[in-house]
Write a protein that binds this ligand. Sequence first.
Ligand code: NAP
Length: 493
Amino acid sequence: MAETSTSGTTPTANIGVVGLAVMGSNLARNLASREGNTVAIFNRSHDKTEHLVAEHPEANFVPASSYEEFAASLQKPRAAIIMVKAGAGTDAVINALVDAFEPGDIIVDGGNALFTDTIRREKAVRETGINFVGAGISGGEEGALLGPSIMPGGSDESWVTLGPILKSIAAVAEGEPCVTHIGHDGAGHFVKMVHNGIEYADMQLIAEAYDLIRRGTGKSPAEIADVFAEWNKGELESYLIEITAEVLRQVDAATGAPLVDVIVDQAGAKGTGAWTVQTALTLGVPVSGIAEAVFARSLSSHPEQRSVSRGLPGPEADAQGGWTVDDPDAFIEKIRLALYASKIVAYSQGFDEIRAGAAEYGWTIDLGAVSKIWRGGCIIRAQFLNRIAEAYDQTPDLPVLLSAPYFVEALQRAQHAWRDVVATSARVGIPAPAFSSSLAYYDGLRADRLPAALVQGQRDFFGAHTYKRIDKPGTFHTLWSGDRTEVEAEDTH
Ligand SMILES: NC(=O)c1ccc[n+]([C@@H]2O[C@H](COP(=O)([O-])OP(=O)(O)OC[C@H]3O[C@@H](n4cnc5c(N)ncnc54)[C@H](OP(=O)(O)O)[C@@H]3O)[C@@H](O)[C@H]2O)c1
């Protein structure tokens, strides 16, 4: 029997949502549509709450006009998902909920928080006895309504209550819900951040493929849409390839031109790609494909620099009015292979960052499970994630994803085309930063010897930073400004 609270409100809801802008209201409707859920809702400006209740009577929402009323309408242990503007808004709502909730209750932040903020918030909220869960939610507004991919962190105790609720609303891929308990405190938001970083790389690679095809073959955007639609039937099958075909096919109603030709070529960003790269720099993980994707957006968004640079010298093809390939079909196939190989690198780098983050922050993250929950609901959903799951099933502690047998075979198949595409882009002066940096990363990993040995020599020369030798243990320094003999030294690596 439901108990009655001191405020007189009967606690009938098993889950609550705070923040009813597009993401929160869709998530609340998704929750309400699943059997067994009764959803309490609250928004700072009450008109949004009233509007949602009026628009969706079928959801049987339990609206609240104050945090106290919201808390009183929730069964214990209370569980509430915050979907508000990340940052100060999140902190304000957490503080209000901490005042209204009791030990054992659960506060979930479903916004795009920086994982270090989540670690800080989890620690602070835990001291009150209330559980705090940072959950990455991917899939945009449609995902929130129909089934997102959900990446929750937080305690094992919270997962017991939250797990069944989140499973009920998550996307389903091949019969499995796209949600798993990622790890403690900030682990969920960390994985969501890397998901977004991979998304940046994937999008940039697709954009480079489109640019090379268009300029090399002279095909129209609609014709290139057909190429992407065809690619979507094979190993590249993914949401991003699918929507690329849709965007390229779109005609602008006002001008009759392809929409892609009337959109200003300056890409925006909300910051999660930059977070992925900043974190990778701190962890010492080379996510070069993701970084190039972030930088490519930055470069595009400096019109004044681009304007003064337009006259800089370029290759001869420019002067001759452009460049075309002799065999368009063969060229397109090479680009498909280069795209697949570069995409393998982007995911490999992203998983490497998750592995390093887990080691740094003490999380136990099942990388195969992460790849599985990205198969549905989220922006980077792709058939190829099954191959990643298989690779980690076979070798859970794989040091680098692209060394798994399936990817070695794919890279073997693709590498000549990949090299050709990168060489061509450099020769004809078409920027392909994500393609080229991915190839350089691949060749760097493969190398028997790297010129890092010379860098160590230089560091020892100007800063006595010492070096190791390949033929004996110990740490050494050459007396560069003396007689240049070698001495044993303290390791100052
Ligand atoms: N949009 C997407 O595709 C997407 C995808 C994944 C994740 N996310 C994340 O999901 C969260 C919600 O996104 P959104 O686009 O739906 O909304 P939003 O525009 O980011 O935020 C608007 C909501 O935040 C509330 N809010 C802001 N400051 C507040 C404060 N100090 N106290 C209480 N409430 C406050 C607003 O309440 P009022 O109505 O009172 O102003 C409103 O409900 C964000 O963290 C976003 O990063 C968004």
